[in-house]
Design a protein around this ligand. Structure first.
Ligand code: NAI
Length: 688
């Protein structure tokens, strides 16, 4: 019996099976909620029905709520009303879970009398990662099943729990051995005449110190964001308040967080990430199959890329220029797996399986079997071109030839091959096996098939792709360079490195720009500036402070000093009088009288520099979507996720105001600054 487009009732003798059919993820939309309510109404007084099973059609149970509804007032019936109907129905209701039961989906399951899951199912309440909290009883019911400390850690981390662990924690009651549907029906039948509502269960006794400990560690991991605080408060209510009162508080905290700026920013980032993985190439071209990957160069990046590919199940060959470099690279990879095994994060057998898929070689004919070759040699166009000439000779026809270059011209690399259509940029971030961002750079000739394959490769690596056209610095490094340059302007004008870093860290960046510079080494950008010196506009404003630091041997953390002093390896950064002197001498040489620069000005100029560059990237067609820029900056450059990204930040301002602010920034920045068109940042159909 169809109740609406998403819900139908099937019968198995005395059991009513309510099927949720809202592809692709059975999201808990308004139609799903109203259909579920109608289904309970339909069967609750039916004397022929002894029990009810709620199950998802397709690949999953309800994998989450429909986030598009969250930006507006929620339409009735809302989820708490559906759960109240299930709880007040006298017949037992069993939730049959497969795929994922997340967020509102798992709250629905918590509202049932029992939960049975197919092996491989994941359950969890990831709302906090979207700046909200579970708002349909999740905080109260989970506390009753798992205890308050565990509920705090699960809700605040948003962790997805496997069916095996969920069973041991009491989050589900049973793992189905063979057929989920059949076993759920048997369970409903066994429960005939009996309710087992989670709301009636006692909260497991625990001492206050374990709650405090869980709360402290959740706040630390969750960077004290408002949703983490609210989740801890609500879960803690389970200890003292009757459930109905606690549910009122939970709902009201959920409602106010739902419309907060932070939640809107996180929803924006969620949709932006989803969109960034889409590209017209996926509609027109068939991705090529990839099994064998060859990585050329096993330095910092090559080793990380090899690990990422091994982790994703590929066969990986690593090529180096000599024995010493090869064994250093292979050791790097093996040491990584050894330390993961030692830390208990990987089974020794799994590490051995990955090692069996790894091969080191100095013989270029090894590349012949590769479906994808990723070059990660020194950042030098000539060396890269030599490597690609060789690859063109040895790689099989149809193999994809990728470069991990950060700055080289992809077209100039592709031009030395006879197959520029197969050449693409795969720009990983360091450490490559950890960082989520992968910029996919298409040259003038890169074929749609190669872009589609690269996007699929990113998905298999669990990376977040962003597609960029070929231009100096692509998307991420171009924006970051504009941001860093603006911060250097402020140093010259009167701010100190520690003041700039502190202001931007308090905005939410993981690290300020000068701390980042010290960490990655100031010599990389120094070399880059030297190589560009001949082509630089001599009239453009140029801050020589970083050059002076490098000339003084201050290359960053690795040399014990950069913008800061590091008294011991891995130790804390310390402001240094010598840096102050160097900055003062640079100011004096230009006749600049330093002025006080407030933290607000620092943050505003840094963000405007990013958004101005974002507008230029859109104007030039380097970035295809404004939101792709936000995805790149959040996933690769430490931009705070809860601020949505620089474009989201800008789009919260009126366009006229932004135009004025771009003028202000241009004036402060001086000669050589290219002003963007703020209109570019306001696409009419932004989905937030
Ligand atoms: P690295 O210096 O650590 O490693 C380069 C490796 O390439 C060395 O092991 C070297 O022996 C090997 N190599 C050089 N010439 C070779 C040849 N002809 N054949 C085979 N192997 C050769 O450099 P890193 O940092 O790993 O950078 C590699 C590439 O990745 C560069 O293009 C760089 O711009 C890019 N990149 C670097 C990032 C970073 O944070 N280090 C981030 C993203 C991209």
């Amino acid at each position: 019996m169809m109740l609406n487009n998403c819900i139908r009732i099937e019968r198995e003798h005395d059991i009513a099976i309510v099927v949720i059919d809202n592809p692709p993820i059975n999201a808990g939309s308004l139609e799903v909620r109203s259909g579920l309510l109608a289904a309970i109404e339909e069967v609750k007084f039916d004397v022929a029905v002894n029990g009810i099973v709620i199950i998802g059609a397709g690949n999953t149970f309800v994998a989450g709520s429909d986030l598009r509804e969250f930006g507006q007032p929620l339409a009735d019936p809302q989820l708490p009303a559906v759960i109240a109907a299930i709880e007040s129905c006298e017949k037992p209701v069993v939730a049959a879970l497969h795929g994922a039961a997340l967020g509102g989906g798992y709250e629905l399951a918590l509202g049932c009398d029992a939960r049975i899951a197919l092996a491989g199912t994941v359950v969890g309440l990831p709302e906090v990662t979207l700046g909200i909290i579970p708002g349909a009883g999740g905080t109260q019911r989970l506390a009753r099943l798992a205890g308050i400390p565990k509920a705090i850690s699960l809700v605040c981390s948003g962790e997805r729990v496997s069916s095996e662990e969920a069973l041991s924690l009491g989050l589900i009651d049973k793992v189905a051995a063979t057929s989920l549907r059949k076993e759920a029906i048997s369970l409903a039948r066994e429960m005939r005449g009996r309710k087992a509502r989670v709301r009636d269960m006692p909260v497991p006794v625990c001492d206050e110190s374990s709650i405090t400990k869980a709360a402290e560690s959740a706040l630390r991991a969750g960077k004290c964001r408002p949703a983490v605080h609210a989740a801890i408060n609500c879960i803690s209510l389970a200890k003292t308040l009757p459930i109905d009162l606690a549910l009122v508080d939970e709902r009201s905290a959920f409602q106010s967080l739902r419309t907060s700026r932070e939640a809107r920013a996180l929803r924006h980032q969620f949709f932006a990430q989803r969109d960034a993985a889409k590209h017209p190439a996926l509609e027109t071209a068939m991705p090529r199959p990839i099994k064998n990957v060859a990585v050329i160069g096993a330095g910092t990046m090559g080793a990380g890329i090899a690990i990422a590919a091994l982790d994703a199940g590929f066969d990986v060959a690593v090529l180096e220029r000599d024995d010493v470099a090869l064994s250093r690279g292979i050791d790097r990879i093996r040491n990584h797996y050894r330390s993961r095994v030692d830390a208990g994060k990987l089974h020794a057998a799994e590490a051995a399986a990955r090692d069996a898929r790894l091969r080191g070689s100095l013989d270029w004919s090894t590349v012949a079997v590769a479906d994808l070759v990723i070059e990660a040699v020194f950042e030098d166009l000539q060396i890269k071109q030599d490597v690609f000439r060789l690859l063109d000779e040895v790689a099989r026809q149809g193999a994809i030839l990728a470069s991990n270059t950060s700055y080289s011209d992809l077209d100039a690399i592709a031009a030395v091959t006879s197959r520029p259509q197969d050449v693409v940029g795969l720009h990983f971030f360091s450490p490559a096996h950890v960082m989520r961002l992968l910029e996919i750079v298409h040259g003038a000739a890169t074929s749609p098939e190669v872009i589609a394959t690269s996007l699929q490769f990113a998905r298999r690596l669990h990376k977040q792709p962003v597609v960029s056209a070929n231009a100096f610095g692509f998307i991420g490094n171009r924006i970051y360079a504009a941001y860093r340059r603006q911060c250097e302007f402020m140093l010259e004008e009167g701010a100190s490195p520690q003041q700039v870093d502190a202001a931007l860290e308090s905005f939410g960046f993981a690290m300020g720009p000068f701390t980042v510079g010290d960490l990655s080494g100031l010599d990389i950008a120094w070399r880059m500036r030297q190589s560009l010196a001949a082509t630089r506009d001599p009239m453009a404003r140029y801050v020589c402070i970083p050059d002076l630091l490098c000339e003084a041997g201050r290359l960053g953390r690795k040399s014990g000093a950069g913008y800061y002093l590091y008294e011991q390896e891995g130790g804390a950064r310390r402001p240094d009088l010598l840096v102050e002197k160097i900055i003062n001498s640079a100011r004096a040489a230009k006749g600049i009288v330093p002025r006080q620069i407030g933290d607000d000005e620092i943050t505003k100029r840094a963000l405007l520099a990013m958004t101005n560059e974002a507008a230029l990237l859109l104007q030039e067609g380097v970035a295809h979507r404004a939101s792709d820029i936000d995805v790149a900056m959040v996933n690769g450059y430490g931009f705070p996720k809860w601020e949505g990204g620089p474009v989201f930040w800008a789009s919260e301002r009126a366009v006229d105001q932004l135009e004025e602010e771009f003028d202000w920034l241009a004036e402060l920045s001086g000669p050589g600054f290219v002003r963007g068109d703020a209109q570019q940042l306001f696409p009419s159909n932004r989905e937030v």
